[in-house]
Each structure stands twice: as C-alpha cells, then as structure tokens.
Write a protein that binds this ligand. Structure first.
Ligand SMILES: C[S@@+](CC[C@H](N)C(=O)[O-])C[C@H]1O[C@@H](n2cnc3c(N)ncnc32)[C@H](O)[C@@H]1O
Length: 277
C-alpha cells in the first residue's frame, strides 16, 4: 500500500477502516460477486491484497511439503481471517478430519460460518474478540491472557499466516506457549514472520523494501501510531523463544519482503516451521 494511503487509513477509527474498504469495492462487488461463491466479496477481504484463492492454494502446498497431516487430521488455523486458508482444506479433509479457526474480527468469522461451515460441518470458526490496534479497538481482552478453547494435544497441524506480524511480544509468547499445549507430540506448526537479522537489516537499509524504522529492542515497528499494523521480530529472539517452550525448529524459509531473494519458495514473509518435541 502506498505510504500516504496507508497513513490516511491508519488515521481512521478501526471500525471505519472496514466501512471504507466495503464502500470502495461496493460497485465492483455488486456487479461481480456471487452470493453462492466460496470467495468473499472483495470489500470484505480485510486480510491482505493478492489473489484470495491462489494465496490459500500456495500456502496449502507449503503446509503439505513441510508438515505432516492427512485428510483425517485435526487442523487449527489461528487468525483465520475470512477463510483464505480454509478454502483449500475444504477439498482435502475427509468428514473424519476437523478444521478449527479462530479470529478477533467478527465479519471474517461470520462469513466463514455462513459460507464454509454450512457446507462443511467439520469446519468450525470461533470469534474471540481481543484488542488489537489494527483490527479491533473496542475490546479490553488481551491476547497475552488467552487460553485457547481447545484441549491439550488436539491438533496434527497448527498454522498462522500473517498473524504474528500483527502481535506484540507478550501476546506472541502466550500464543507460542498455547500452541505447544494444543499440538500433538511430534506434530508441527507453520508460522510466518518478518524477521530481522544482519542480512535482512542490511538489505532493507539499502533498498526500497518494507522498512521497520522504530526499533523497540527485540522487535521493530513500521508505524508507531498503529503498532500492530506491521511488526518485525529479531530472529534470534524468536528462535530462543521456541527453544524456551520446548519447540524444535525444523525449517526456516526466508521471505523476500526485505529484498532478499534467496528462498526456493520465494514467499513474501519469512516462515518458521516448528515441532512439538
Ligand atoms: C493479515 S490477516 C491474515 C488472515 C489469515 N491468516 C490469512 O492469511 O488470510 C491477520 C489476521 O490476524 C488476526 N489477528 C490479529 N491478532 C490476533 C490474535 N491475537 N488472535 C487471533 N487472530 C488475530 C486478524 O484479525 C486478521 O484476521
């Protein structure tokens, strides 16, 4: 997003950001959107630009390549947004498999429940309204205190796509600990980040890529007025956090957000895949 448009967008109160997006795309949505389609109207897609179906399908291939699960597996999608990842699983999971998603934004959960769960009853989406200065301002519930509403050792696969990039350290650490609790032993979590190390810092200094000018120690912000809009983490801090919570990193795939083009997958965000020991 152009910096000026982004600045203007961040000046708006959170609920108005959703309304503005809906209005901008309304003419196109009225003309093109089909009520029965498994793609939400563009004005409801608050979870990022890019092709909705293709993004989900690409990530599905990566989950398959780097994690271990099958059609009968139990899957947890943390920060499931408006179902971008869930759609690819609708053609994959058997009725024995289970898909659970939760998010803090009601319009996403409502859309997923109405359009996905109604056709695929083994897909469940929960609203957990937690405060976040990009997505939900009128809540005083903290992600740092959330106990995920699932039993210990319930999932074969957990993933977070572009979610830790919107969470501050105390919240993130609680989620790492909860992921450790709900994952089955030897099963994996796939999570995306913006990670800062010497290489990514050097490259971002010298080019026009994403920048995180506000150094907060273990993390850095793109914009101080809306902290949770984009957060980058010190790579060492994240790696140590995984270790502290008895999680083993099985793969690290560097994304191209910083301008570095050296991962075979060439995804935008960095990816860490970790396993419960
Ligand atoms: C960029 S969107 C990505 C959505 C989805 N993972 C995808 O890839 O389509 C970030 C999502 O994280 C959600 N989110 C932010 N903080 C959260 C939290 N503490 N717990 C769960 N979801 C959160 C937002 O509501 C939003 O849906």
């Amino acid at each position: 997003m152009n910096i000026l448009i982004r600045k203007f967008f961040y000046l708006l109160p959170v609920p108005l950001r959703f309304v503005v997006r809906r209005i901008i795309y309304l003419p196109k949505d009225l003309l093109l959107s089909k009520k029965t389609s498994l793609i939400p109207p563009k004005g409801l897609i608050f979870t990022g630009r890019g092709d909705y179906l293709k993004t989900g399908a690409n990530y599905f291939l990566l989950f398959k390549k780097y994690c271990d699960f099958n059609p009968d597996s139990d899957v947890l999608d943390i920060g499931c947004g408006i179902g971008r990842m869930a759609i690819s699983f609708t053609n994959y999971l058997s009725p024995k498999g289970k898909y659970e998603g939760f998010d803090i934004v009601k319009i996403g959960i409502d859309w997923c429940t109405k359009n996905i769960s109604s056709r695929f009853p083994n897909f469940t989406f929960k609203l957990i309204p937690l405060k976040n200065d990009l997505y939900l301002s009128n809540s005083d519930k903290k992600a740092s205190e959330l106990v995920f509403p699932y039993k210990n050792e319930s999932f074969d696969l957990v993933f977070l796509t572009s979610v830790f990039t919107h969470m501050l350290p105390n919240d993130l650490e609680n989620y790492i600990s909860e992921i450790q609790r709900v994952l089955k032993t030897n099963q994996k979590c796939f999570a995306t980040f913006f990670l800062l190390d010497e290489e990514s810092k050097t490259v971002t200094k010298s080019n026009q890529s994403k920048k995180f000018p506000h150094d907060m120690g273990t993390y850095a912000l793109m914009d101080k007025s809306v902290k949770e809009a984009n957060i980058a983490y010190d790579k060492k801090f994240i790696f140590e956090l995984m270790q502290k919570h008895n999680l083993e990193i099985t793969d690290f795939l560097r994304g191209n957000w910083s301008g570095i083009q050296n991962s075979e997958e060439n995804e935008h965000q960095d990816i860490i895949i970790f396993k419960k020991k």
